[in-house]
Design a protein around this ligand. Structure first.
Ligand code: CP
Length: 311
């Protein structure tokens, strides 16, 4: 059975097929209204979400299937073993998508499941977001996407990890313009570290200004993960992070003279990683990127159900 835990197990062809199908379904949605007729996707959420929940649920509806929201805190996942609850779920639904705090718990879900599992974002990876991002770049770049230069500005995290994996596979130039240290270590992944060290397509710099001048796309994400951002116990640490990160803020000065498109996976924290005027700048494609979550999800669901040999 093929799961989508982190994109590591998908080939470049798998990813290109998903992106091509996403674009095809976006162009002609009427042709795919019954593609997932009578299929049910369980959507498990241990963390908050707007886009991941809505886009998967709408995708299932528009493809003729059904998405079931499973709130971790009010389900019996809090009382019992993850594998037991997952095995039950997988006997009643045909696919599971899970947004969890820890990748190790996603692996437990995969181990207990009799149906394919999609990672809806954990502390290490956000594969659905990375697929969306490349789809959005393809729509906003004239020419071969392999000639584009993507610059990720901010903190190395789950989003930059998935971008590193996908850009390495698709031969897209990615520069991580971030401080040397990543976010309190929890997103660190040995394979991604190796890619950053050795890939001819992925590199790291602390010189954010120079990186942005040469960028076709400048991408940022929150500097502090949601659960830490809203926790008063983290106030002092958050303040120190915000001060250290200010040179990496996407603002008017940073992108002065650049024709780059501006990207953000949302949710946005105004005046931290990006200023409000840059969110609304004519170069911003942030809302088109967010809306593409729906289309990328459809391409991914097509692959999981029809191409991965799972059913
Ligand atoms: N980008 C993203 O995953 O958005 P949500 O956290 O709202 O799902």
């Amino acid at each position: 059975m093929r799961h989508v835990a982190n994109l590591k197990d998908l080939s470049a062809t798998d990813i290109q097929d998903i992106l091509a199908k996403a674009a095809e379904i976006k162009e002609s949605p009427g042709d795919f209204r019954s593609m997932l007729a009578h299929e049910s996707l369980a959507m498990i959420f241990q963390k908050t979400s707007t886009r991941t929940r809505v886009s998967f649920e709408v995708a299932m509806t528009e493809l003729g299937g059904h998405g079931i929201y499973v709130d971790w805190a009010s389900s019996n996942f809090v009382l019992s073993g993850i594998e037991y609850e997952t095995e039950y779920l997988s006997r009643n639904v045909s696919c599971i998508m899970a947004r969890l705090l820890h990748h190790s718990d996603l692996l437990k879900i995969i181990s207990g499941s009799q149906v394919p599992v999609i990672n809806g974002c954990c502390e290490k990876f956000h594969p659905c977001q990375a697929l969306t991002d490349i789809l959005t770049m393809q729509e906003n770049y004239e020419g071969d996407i392999k000639d584009a230069h993507l610059v990720f500005v901010g903190v190395q995290n789950n989003v930059s990890n998935s971008l590193s994996l996908i850009c390495d596979k698709l031969d897209i130039q990615l520069t991580l313009a971030t401080p040397e240290q990543d976010d309190n270590g929890e997103s660190q992944d040995a394979d991604v570290r190796e890619i950053i060290k050795t890939s001819t397509h992925v590199n790291h710099t602390t010189d954010v200004k120079a990186a942005v001048q040469d960028a076709d796309f400048v991408y940022t994400d929150t500097w502090i993960d949601m659960q830490y951002f809203i926790n008063p116990d983290n106030a002092e640490e958050n303040e120190a992070t915000l001060k250290k990160m200010l040179p990496y803020q996407i603002n008017k000065d940073l992108v002065e003279g650049s024709i780059c498109k501006i990207m953000h996976d949302m949710p946005i924290h105004d005046n931290y990683e990006i200023t409000p005027e840059m969110v609304r700048d004519p170069r911003s494609i942030i809302f088109a990127q967010a809306a593409n979550r729906l289309h990328a999800q459809k391409g991914l669901l097509w692959w999981v159900y029809h191409e991965a040999g799972n059913l």
